[in-house]
Design a protein around this ligand. Sequence first.
Ligand code: SER
Length: 337
Amino acid sequence: MTEKLVLVTGACGEIGQALVQGLAKQGGYKIVTADLAPLPDSIKSMSAEHAQGDLVYRIKTFYDYDFDVIFHLAASLSSKAEVASEDAHRINVEGTMQLLMLAAYRSEKYHKSVKFLFPSSIAAYGMASREVKKAAGAVKEDDYNTPHTMYGCNKLYCEKLGMYYSKYFGQKHLDENPPHMLDFRAIRFPGLISAFTLPSGGTSDYGPEMLHAAAQGKPYSCFVREDTKISFMAMPDAIKSLLMLLDVPREKLKHQVYNIAAFALTAGEFRDRAVKAFPGAQITFEPNPRRQGIVDSWPEDVDDTLARTEWGWSPDYDVDKFFDEYFLPEIRKRYGK
Ligand code: SER
């Protein structure tokens, strides 16, 4: 069987590293990676070729490759994007648009639909107030699409761009024999937590930061209130979802953007779990108004019925399994506690 050629941008990020490992484990893929940074040792041997540099300026080089699949993970996350918004727009929107154009071009020219997998986010939602957030509970994909952040605006717009390039670009769908278009699929991820890597520049980072600090016996000052609630997920489930969605036959998918959920937890509940696992963990709450505002605008939870019904999604890790069977055993190995 010939290997499929897959591009993973943002390969050095948290999802990137875990995804490259997942693809390599699954087999059948030749993996090309791209990132601003050099590849970490964890995935060096799995990448057939690494393009280091700014995607927006390097896009021409990728036109020579016959990609079957593109995972476009490179992004500036929500807290960072809020303080460097022009840069974030360039990375998050221009980078995505360049790759969508490439995928559209290849799909049409070579008569095959390049699959384009895009990680969107709970940041695509915007809850007008804490009362609205509480009352809304688990939100559906088309509700509350009024993001409060640059990152959220970027993600929501890129979802729309993906739909545009895969369905309407050039208005060729009106032709009698429309050409092949790219196959765009997006997942709106909750806050992700890995036992192996730490996020940077995001706003759901307080979850993983708190747990990694407790595991190392370091004090942690949490930048949101104790009652702050959003949904989280174990990194292996995030990778599972991307690999699942990749393989679903197009005709089974009635949508292009899907919520996925695992467990929703308050920062206080995280603290309680951390203290139980690592007695003596020192965790305090000192909300940062800007970062608090961002998380307050994200929903408490998301409704993932579409993903469950259309492609059989379900997470392997609920909150108990996340702690007992994934995070704690791995983190104890990592920090020797
Ligand atoms: N985890 C991301 C962030 O905090 C949201 O998708 O920015």
